[in-house]
Design a protein around this ligand. Structure first.
Ligand code: ADP
Ligand code: MG
Length: 229
């Protein structure tokens, strides 16, 4: 762990988020507070519908809370306008989703390079870094293949490499193993675990697979939109 005893990478206070309007309001998140230390891998567990995705979206600036505050790497997200949140998502936070989200017409190498293209990184440097990251996730030999030519586990590895391309401080993964069989899921989770250590990134990973939880540094359980203590 790279925690040097400074401010946490993520500090959330009193987060609430409701969907819809009366009388059918859904309280997806109720008064949730948490810190994630720098270099930590936090697992967020809870049944389907408990509020995991809602929480992750608030921590990564994909959504705004009805009340409460989120600070990521020293920046108060509540104070950012949409352009500020876009910058945060480009520079500081990256996402891995259950459904991989790769662009089908691009090769693995090109998919990994997408965040660098958005930053206007020169082609040669982009390809060099993308190749390095594909090696890191064990797919160096598959650089020229398109997502349709890769297994689910391989596609998720490409998505993880892509998530690292922009050197994020915070990696948010929403049920990254949800579409994978148990064995593949475990290997993807172990890969994430190793990356947190080797790349010095902080990770928040939602899962409802108890086996995967054992790889995390800490577990936050949510039930019905609240943190269970
Ligand atoms: P989880 O990721 O743990 O399955 P979610 O955060 O997706 O949980 O959902 C929490 C609750 O909020 C659920 O009751 C869900 O139905 C509801 N919810 C999530 N997103 C929306 C939405 N866009 N509109 C209405 N209700 C939603
Ligand atoms: Mg979810």
């Amino acid at each position: 762990m790279t925690d040097v005893g400074g401010a946490p990478m993520v500090a959330a206070r009193g987060l609430s988020r409701t969907y819809g309007s009366e009388p059918s309001t859904v309280h997806a998140l109720r008064d949730v507070s948490l810190d994630v230390r720098s270099g930590e891998m936090l697992a967020v567990v809870g049944r389907s519908g408990s509020g995991k995705t809602t929480l992750l979206n608030l921590l990564g600036g994909l959504d705004r809370p009805d009340s409460g505050t989120v600070r990521v790497d020293g920046t108060e997200l509540t104070g950012l306008d949409d352009a500020g949140l876009s910058t945060l998502r480009r520079e500081t936070v990256s996402y891995v989703f259950q459904s991989f989200g790769l662009l089908p017409s691009l090769t693995a190498l090109e998919n990994v390079g997408v965040p660098l293209r958005l930053r206007r990184t020169p082609v040669a440097e982009r390809e060099r870094r993308a190749a390095l990251l594909l090696d890191l996730v064990g797919l160096g030999a598959h650089a020229a293949q398109r997502p349709g030519e890769l297994s689910g586990g391989q596609q998720q590895r490409v998505a993880i490499a892509r998530a690292l391309a922009g050197s994020p401080r915070l990696l948010i993964a929403d049920e990254p193993t949800g579409q994978l069989d148990a064995e593949t899921g475990l290997s993807v989770m172990a890969l994430l675990r190793g990356i947190v250590e080797s790349e010095g990134v902080t990770a928040v990973v939602a899962t409802h697979d108890q086996v995967l939880v054992s790889l995390a540094d800490r577990v936050l359980t949510i039930a019905d939109g609240r943190v269970e203590t």
